[in-house]
Design a protein around this ligand. Structure first.
Ligand code: PLP
Length: 457
């Protein structure tokens, strides 16, 4: 693969960017101002025909890449026969087959049941409702800087930014530090123990915090946590929306910590991006503590979406994509570790194909991302201060693609160290990533000073 510079965003993307003001700004996180038109294997193609190796995968959803005729066929064949049944009134076999599959791949030597939803957020709501109804308690402990969604319960559980401001939501949520070092565990567990004396139904956690910037807890944290929760009859809910469906090399992120959650929530990758679908999987007696219609949706268990998701999960198994995620993730990680001594890099971390490159200071990950885009590699960036380059390609990534991506990232970091990032890239980042329609990013004042201080320009 040759390296050439792409002028992004192109004319058609810019046109759509202007038109995008028709959609409320709350739904635009302003990544790079690029509109997508199609996908092909592990590549995406923008509205101007520019091609990028996809390291964002539709926010960690498109796990088996683009243009999978077998998944589209599973969806289309079902839709031709029966596009919808409203599961609540008329059962359908596709929903039941997907439930069987999810139960089969979810850890736990007990009877399980599934609830279907349309988004990770609403499935988190479902899990919280189950925990409250089953335990008869209200409190939910979540972690600082967590991201669980945008419906009212999932949003209150989240803590990455002040999203609930002005929405007059109810309370009952507590947030404790997410430990990333062994030394922090006892303090965090002491905080949790103190809260458990109140009225706590469950602890909700991402096994690896994603949007906070790929934060990995010490190996024994969840095990010790669960031991305490059992003493207090409180449940453990694993939010596997980002870590699940094989991304970390196991079906679920929590399996890397040898813990069986009471309730597991998944979304994003389970349908490979081919259908909007999410699910809650939990112990039968817990799930069935909810009464009829306490968590029910017209489109929950939508037959074509369930058929597509079942096909995606089968593909992950048949094509050994978890093994691939582990192997390619290791390769990519070791290539990027060559940057360890760079002044620009604070940390390189992750599991499987959920990797993060922490850049020395806030917003620089976005500029690294913007420059990567110009070279044809499409990463994301996140973290509390937009300081982590987000590397979450499809699990179908090849060795050749991984090596090429590492080469581009190293080249961009090199440019940054040598103050060779063009001003035009930084201006584009400011305009399209944190431009006029995005009031939530705080980079415009003092931005240049930050870059100069950290030798980025
Ligand atoms: C860990 C986690 N939980 C929940 C959500 C919300 O999922 P959705 O956007 O499908 O509602 C996200 C989305 O980014 C997530 O990363």
């Amino acid at each position: 693969m040759k390296i050439k510079i792409i002028d992004v965003p192109g004319k058609n993307s810019r046109y759509l960017y202007e038109k995008s003001k028709l959609i409320g700004r709350t739904q635009n996180a302003c990544l790079y101002g690029i509109a997508l038109q199609s996908g092909d294997g592990n590549h995406i193609i923008d509205a101007d025909g520019n091609r990028y190796l996809d390291f964002l995968s539709g926010a960690a959803s498109n796990i088996i890449g683009y243009g999978r005729g077998d998944v589209v066929e599973a969806y289309a064949k079902t839709a031709m026969r029966l596009q919808h049944s409203c599961y609540a009134y008329n059962l359908n076999k596709e929903a039941i087959e997907l439930a069987e599959k999810l139960i089969d791949i979810t850890p736990g030597d007990f009877e399980k049941k599934v609830l279907f939803d349309l988004s990770g957020s609403s499935s988190i709501d479902g899990a919280i409702k189950i925990a409250r109804k089953f335990t008869g308690k209200k409190g939910i402990i979540a972690f600082k800087n967590s991201e669980h969604g945008s419906t009212s319960l999932s949003m209150q559980a989240s803590n990455l930014s002040n999203l609930t401001e002005g929405l007059f939501l109810d309370n009952g949520f507590y947030h404790v530090t997410f430990p990333t070092r062994e030394e922090e565990i006892s303090d965090v567990l002491a905080q949790i123990k103190a809260l458990l004396k109140k009225d706590v139904a469950a602890v909700l956690a991402e096994p690896i915090q994603g949007d906070a910037g790929i934060l990995i807890p010490p190996k024994n944290f969840f095990e010790e946590l669960q031991y305490i929760l059992k003493e207090w009859d409180a449940l453990f809910i694993a939010d596997e929306i980002q870590t699940g469906a094989g991304r970390t090399g196991r079906w679920w992120g929590i399996e890397n910590f040898d813990v069986v959650p009471d309730i597991l929530v998944c979304g994003k990758g389970i349908s490979g991006g081919y259908a909007p679908i999410s699910a809650v999987i939990g112990e039968e007696k817990m799930v069935d503590s909810l009464e009829k219609a306490q968590h029910l949706f017209t489109y929950g268990g939508h037959p074509p979406s369930c058929a597509a998701a079942k096909k995606v999960l089968d593909v992950v198994e048949q094509e050994k994509l978890m093994e691939n995620a582990l192997q390619i993730g290791k390769l990519l990680g070791s290539e990027l570790k060559q940057l360890k001594n760079s002044e620009m890099i604070k940390d390189i971390r992750g599991l499987g194909l959920m990797l993060g490159l922490e850049i020395v200071t806030e917003n620089l990950a976005g500029i690294v991302g913007m420059r990567c885009i110009e070279y044809g590699l499409y990463p994301g960036y996140y973290g509390k201060y937009n300081e982590v380059l987000r590397l979450q390609p499809p699990l179908t990534l090849t060795v050749e693609e991984a090596l090429w991506a590492a080469k581009i990232i190293k080249k961009v970091i090199d440019e940054m160290e040598n103050k060779e990032i063009p001003n035009s890239t930084i201006e584009k980042y400011k305009k399209y990533s944190c431009g006029s329609i995005c009031s939530t990013c705080s980079i415009n004042s003092g931005f240049k000073e930050v870059l100069v201080k950290h030798n980025a320009i």
